[in-house]
Design a protein around this ligand. Structure first.
Ligand SMILES: C[S@@+](CC[C@H](N)C(=O)[O-])C[C@H]1O[C@@H](n2cnc3c(N)ncnc32)[C@H](O)[C@@H]1O
Ligand code: SF4
Length: 459
């Protein structure tokens, strides 16, 4: 438990996030108290009291960084989990890099990130390489344009690590109402004159809803957006894929898919309740290749009972297939997931940071470069998620969405819509309802807000 005395809420939250990253024991079992005394901050916990005397004349931002740097470097409680990101706690570190690149040279930026955030050198280089790549891509797309996201929250079964709001695809009644509502929602945008930069249908597992529903959705998407752009469908679960699904995707212009083993070990897949085997993945992958899709493959580092060699094994088997994109996730212990409820896993001493580095080195040697990345809360070893790509095969959607380079029009339950004004950098977000009942009954409330913002942004 972490207590804050005399801090404003936002400031306390900032320190809380950093302490939780470095010392998860203070969130779950032990007690730590921070007392703000103005010119000093006192830390009471772990059987001792430490005091940080703050230099005079610090502004608000400098003061926060000073306190966070003290937490990072001087608290030193046992069991500290290292952080390559220093005191940076945000989800989108590359966005910060992109903003700073507007005003600083590359070498000044390196110094700045090191001095102000204590980010490790290797991580700085990693972030900068992604930042430069995204910057180059963003300069080729219209910042006043938009991309489209459609959410399909159906899956064949719930995976043990996952907490996304999902509905079983065997629930035909819910599926039917969902598709009808989604089509209505899409119809409210039929007056759009300009086609999008990219389209992404994600989930959940969109391919789990079967060919008939998929065709209805894809045909509506084509009718409204007339797309010849990058068009991705999350085809994640190999157990949902076959010729008729791939033909449907192909008929409506889908050119990029994701097929995800997560691991190349059957024993782990069983623990995860994935309900497919490594052989199923290989068959689906080879079939997808015949249809000439750009293919992304997701892996997760830190899965239960997997060691370093298991992870490198999975990676080697995946790179042997030569996919265009590989996304490396680090297991994040999500509230509400089965793995999170198995408490002992929360205390794992698995140190993912070294394997992440090895994975990066292997991928780099095979001409895969990182092109977007993000962090999540409660991630093993303070790891992160990164998309790697063969040259010129990067997904523009992933970059635009992650680092907010364009407006995103979202449709469906749990979807997020973001309006972005490149002139002022203003961003406004609207989240669609996260449960089925609310979405089916009230989707139009959110849609009305979307329309209002659309006018506001002169869209
Ligand atoms: C939104 S999910 C959809 C993927 C698709 N339904 C599938 O299962 O293959 C996208 C990816 O997020 C990753 N993911 C989901 N939950 C995660 C967790 N708790 N920790 C790390 N990665 C996770 C998985 O790699 C997954 O493929
Ligand atoms: S990982 Fe994919 S298939 Fe599994 S529950 Fe989550 S969204 Fe569904």
């Amino acid at each position: 438990m972490i207590d804050f005395e005399n801090f404003q809420e936002a400031e306390a939250h900032d320190y809380y996030e950093l302490i939780r990253m470095l010392y998860p024991q203070f969130v779950s079992e032990e007690k730590l108290k921070l007392i703000n005394k103005g010119s000093s901050v006192v830390f009471v916990g772990g059987g001792r009291t430490l005091s940080l005397n703050l230099e005079k004349g610090l502004d608000k931002e400098q003061r926060r960084r000073r306190i966070k740097t003290f937490i990072l470097k001087d608290l030193n409680y046992p069991g500290k989990i290292p952080s390559a990101f220093g005191i940076l706690t945000g989800v989108r570190p590359v966005k910060l890099v992109l903003e700073l690149l507007e005003t600083m040279s590359l070498s000044d930026l390196k110094d700045y990130l090191k001095k102000n955030y204590s980010i490790e050198d290797k991580m700085i280089d990693f972030l900068l390489s992604i930042g430069q790549k995204e910057r180059a891509y963003f300069s080729t797309v219209d910042p006043f344009g938009y991309s489209v996201y459609l959410h399909i929250p159906f899956c064949p079964s719930r995976c043990a690590y996952c907490s996304y709001p999902m509905i079983k695809s065997s629930n035909r009644e819910s599926l039917d109402s969902y598709v009808e509502t989604l089509l209505l929602e899409l119809d409210t945008y039929k007056d759009l004159k300009v086609p999008p930069t990219s389209i992404y249908i994600g989930g959940g597992t969109p391919t789990s809803i079967g060919e008939k529903y998929l065709r209805r959705i894809l045909s509506k998407v084509q009718k409204i957006f007339h797309s010849q752009c990058e068009f991705t469908v999350e085809a994640g679960r190999p157990d949902t894929l076959n010729d008729s699904i791939f033909s449907a995707l192909k008929d409506y212009g889908v050119n990029r898919i994701s097929i995800n083993p997560q691991t190349m070990h059957d024993k782990t897949l069983k623990i995860l309740n994935r309900q497919h085997s490594v052989t199923d993945f290989l068959q689906a992958y080879n079939l997808g290749k015949k249809y000439d899709f750009n293919i992304n493959v997701d892996l997760i580092l830190g899965l239960p009972q997997e060691n370093r060699q298991d992870i490198l094994d999975s990676l080697n088997q995946v790179v042997a297939l030569d996919p265009d994109n590989i996304t490396i996730h680090t297991l994040s212990l999500k509230n509400g997931s089965q793995l999170f409820q198995q408490g002992e896993y929360f205390n794992t001493s698995f140190i993912v940071s070294e394997v992440i580095q090895e994975v990066y080195t292997i991928l780099k040697s095979l001409d895969y470069a990182p092109y977007y990345m993000y962090r999540q809360k409660r991630t093993l070893g303070n790891g992160f998620n990164a998309g790697y790509s063969k040259p010129k095969k990067e997904s523009i959607y992933n970059m635009l969405m992650m680092d907010e380079g364009q407006s995103i029009l979202g449709f469906g339950m749990s979807s997020s819509t973001k309006f972005y004004d490149p002139k002022t950098n203003r961003i406004e977000k609207i989240l669609q309802y996260k449960n089925l009942k609310d979405y089916l009954n009230h989707w139009n409330d959110k849609n009305a807000k979307k329309s209002q913002l659309r006018e506001d942004f002169k869209w």
